[in-house]
Write a protein that binds this ligand. Sequence first.
Ligand SMILES: Nc1ncnc2c1ncn2[C@@H]1O[C@H](COP(=O)(O)OP(=O)(O)OP(=O)(O)O)[C@@H](O)[C@H]1O
Ligand SMILES: [Mg+2]
Length: 417
Amino acid sequence: MSAPQPRLVAALDLGSTKVVGVIGEVTGDARTVGVKILGVGIERSTGVRRGVVRDIEETTRAIAKALKDAQLMAGLEVGTVYCGLAGEHVAGRSSHGVVSVTGNEIRTGDVARVNDVASNVTFGRDHELLHAIPQDYLIDQQAGITDPIGMTGSRLEAEVYLVTVLTSALANLRKCVERAGYRVGEFVLEPLAASLAVLSPDERDLGCALIELGGGSTNLSIFHAGKIRHTASLMFSGAHLTNDIVHGLQVTQQEAERIKERFGAVYEPMVGDDELFELPGAPGQMGRSAQRRVLAHIMHMRMQEIFELAADEISRAGFLQRLSGGVILTGGGALAPGMTELAREVFALPVRIGRPSEGIGGLADTVETPRLAVAAGLMLYGARQVVVSGGFGASSRRSPAVEKVFGPVKRWLQDFF
Ligand SMILES: Nc1ncnc2c1ncn2[C@@H]1O[C@H](COP(=O)(O)OP(=O)(O)OP(=O)(O)O)[C@@H](O)[C@H]1O
Ligand SMILES: [Mg+2]
């Protein structure tokens, strides 16, 4: 294999059903940053459940395989990866900070200070800060300022969205990556990553909900006026749909999964009464046929419940009437026929499937599926970090000196969401 190139990025999405490794090259400059996909590896895995490692060996194996496949396809080797993170142990909340401005004009240092004050809250012993995303600044109590640098004022306030995670969950994910022979450059909240790959600037401004329909978890995040405002993990996911099929059609877990992907639909009116499919028979017995409408009914019921939970969460967060950008669906579940139809009915909003494409070149078709929105978004995140703040390229090693300079500042520099 050839030597690593300077502007490479690599990403790792550790899902409940699969591990995805992607390798690419950063393209463009700060304004037009993108990524050229060079290699993708997808490996089935059950080692992680809802963002928490439950089998270190299995997860390590899947990471090694996915990244090896991606490296083979790319003809390159990588060392450092941007790694996705999600699950119920992740919490988001807004925080407020105030400082007095030192000179007669607001400088970078003042902004850094106010962001630090806003981020300086206690998270509890077991949790740590993952992201601090500045949302709004106020100068002398005037709100709605996105970039205060260079403005005049004496009192500077910041609203910052803080994302905290369970320290041990992070440590176990990191352990698996390291045992597989790689390093984590940075952990990135999955919905934030996915948002970079599938949301348009208009949707983000007008207000939209991004719903990631994964195998083990369903994540909801709300964007409004350009920024993330809320994130939550819902109780049910693709695994529950599979379980309902197991019970409803008396088949095994594996068969249910196959039937769901092959014959499933989540909007019952789409399926005719006369449509039949073959159910696998017990050994030595003939297969039986089943009505596809029954399968659709089972999936429709559960999926409707999931969307209703999402609508409740949106309403509790106070955004029900403020999402004219609509609902964008990602994750493997978004591949089920009828998903947009059902979501339109429940939310009474425009709905579309989020397929990564903007800013992505090279083998773009390999990631152009809602199932790889997180992986593609991690690549875009990494590319921006490399271009904007000199973040980790895929081959770089973190030096202690760089750590010292970037460590405290970098966390809130991530204001490009
Ligand atoms: N055509 C399809 N119809 C219905 N469901 C599908 C289809 N294709 C995939 N799925 C479902 O998508 C889910 C997997 O999605 P995804 O790969 O996004 O999850 P994951 O990233 O592994 O898990 P998570 O993010 O929840 O930890 C599974 O439940 C699978 O059954
Ligand atoms: Mg996932």
